[in-house]
Design a protein around this ligand. Sequence first.
Ligand code: ADP
Ligand code: MG
Ligand code: MG
Ligand code: MG
Ligand code: MG
Ligand code: MG
Length: 682
Amino acid sequence: MGLLALGTPLDWPDTKPLAEHIRYHGITQFLNTWDKWKDQTGKGLLWGDEIEYMVVSFDDDNKSALLSLRQTEILEKLQSVTLDPALEKHKPKKCVAIPTFHPEYGRYMVESTPGAPFSGHVKDLIAVECDMRFRRQIIRSLLLPHELPITLTSWPRLGVSGENFTEPPTMPDPEGSSSKSLYVGQLLTNPHARFPTLTANIRQRRGSKVDIRVPLFIDENTVVPEGMSAPQANGHSNPAKPSPGTPYIHMDAMCFGMGCCCLQITFQAWNVDEARRVYDALVPVAPIMLALTAASPAFRGQLADVDARWNVIAASVDDRTEEERGLKPLKENRWRIPKSRYDSVDLYISNDERNKPEYHDTYVPMDPAVRQRLMNHGVDDHLASHIAHLFIRDPLVQFSETIDQDDTASMDHFENIQSTNWQTIRFKPPPVNSPIGWRVEFRSMEVQMTDFENAAFAIFIVLLTRAIISFDLNFYMPISQVDSNMQRAQERNAAKSNKFFFRKNIFPLDRPLTKYDLASRPRTPTLPSPTDSTTSHRIPTSPSTANGSHNHTFISGSSTSLNGHGRESSHASTRCPSPEEEEAYSDEAVEMTLDEVINGRGEGFPGLMGVVNAYLNSLNVDVATKCELRRSLDLIKHRAQGRLVTPAAWIRNFIISHPAYKKDSIVSQEINYDLAKAVDEM
Ligand code: ADP
Ligand code: MG
Ligand code: MG
Ligand code: MG
Ligand code: MG
Ligand code: MG
């Protein structure tokens, strides 16, 4: 989120009648951008991360750690410090630019991004950790002596009943606050008009407060409310949503979800087709990375029976009415809507012929008039459907000053709907009057406690997108299985114990399989290398390639025609596939452990790390740089193997092995204080 526009936000009764106007002009704005950009190529790979922090106020005498609600003052300081040329001399050499800082939903939160996007040079991959550390250092230097920025995804004691958890203390105000929460007060929310309005309008559109329930972790002495019983373990993990009659942690405000911190990666594609292909490939990757980064085992002062935030944040902004949720017959509303506006992707969007209709096996409501209008204009079915699905939602915040816009000079109405569809992957059209091209944002990951980890995940995702493009990988599988993975990813211990659907045949069909491909050969794939002449569009083009120096471009970026290599295809078509080949060509996704999805499992499936390694090996990069990248990638490899635990497992273990823990699922002030201190020390 960039600068927040100022204006007079309309309440829900005044916004609702404007919905059609906003949607209509939103589509006009999109079409103007489409006309301008559909055939344009960008400037190649640019990418950047977003990291969200919580500011914590420590009281060492009383052993308390509270959320500090000084966002406004802190951001003002950050703004002036980053504008001050004096900061230049503190900037580490590796960092490209002075970072930028942004407001976030919680008044205890701050977001940071690199000051300029990173480029497609390997040296930028190496620089990201340094950049992240510099950002944290800047925030740290501006806080009060007893405050620290920490990167926990969920604050374990946010909204705990009957006890204070903020500095200054706040009280819930069920009558006067925008959420009407029984647990959190207005002061928790960023005071900028946008945020309380968003909160109130979601509640009013829904017709009730949001209702968030996560299963409670049941320990020896946990009090199970009367009339409820602990879920039956049955040897496998419990579902991520509480089964009827089982105990849950209740939350009732947007802050519980939007007040969580995450790690997002945005990158610019070469052109719109490449953006759509990579978007699709990342859809099945999103739940995998959620499981691998899981970092939120506690909410409202209690241990949860889940490890990740996703269902909490989805429910925290769920503005669907009872009719839309299927609880009442449709009367006022136009369609039943299976998911919250914050949820996993519903549709693949690429025109890749491998994007088959049968992968769309869930009910996805679309606005038929929007879809028709886009198609009449020449937008293809896949993209028209994607936008017609986003546009089933109402706008949530509209400022009275910007109701009428110049549709050739603004994307605000489009963005109004687009930016409040918070899905796992976001397809971002170019902004108006800007050189920025088509981008894709990867949004499922939980923020990690250290910058080493956050950098590792950023590097991994960026390299994975390069491998997807370079090797023309196929990750398609039914959306219902991706949805199922989203739930599995959140279950307690999912990274270690759960299985996930993943496609086992990820290589393009026009690449004939060899005996070698079919042989069991775990973790060492032989892939068409980007330096191979048949894939010449990906050959690094930087002049420094020849001497293999650091500023080697790791991706030149280009559109490839799918199946366009024609590589040995005549050979492939002159014979019938063997049974092994048929099996290897099968579309099926199979259940794999996270270790298998990441590190491979033989049988021609090298794992996501396998393709990243193959890509990296194909680059002309010096050994020292490669080693540095491998150090980061090893974190992911080892975490998938279970040799390193997720932050969620680490936090849970810290809590349950704390001397003050009474085996009652409760995260006391003292435990939380020690936890926050331990996190900072890392
Ligand atoms: P939002 O909150 O809307 O997702 P932000 O502005 O907070 O967006 O973050 C966007 C990220 O995209 C930043 O990391 C930024 O460095 C990166 N970025 C900026 N320009 C480009 C670009 N042209 N291509 C790709 N990424 C970009
Ligand atoms: Mg942002
Ligand atoms: Mg944002
Ligand atoms: Mg953010
Ligand atoms: Mg973002
Ligand atoms: Mg669906």
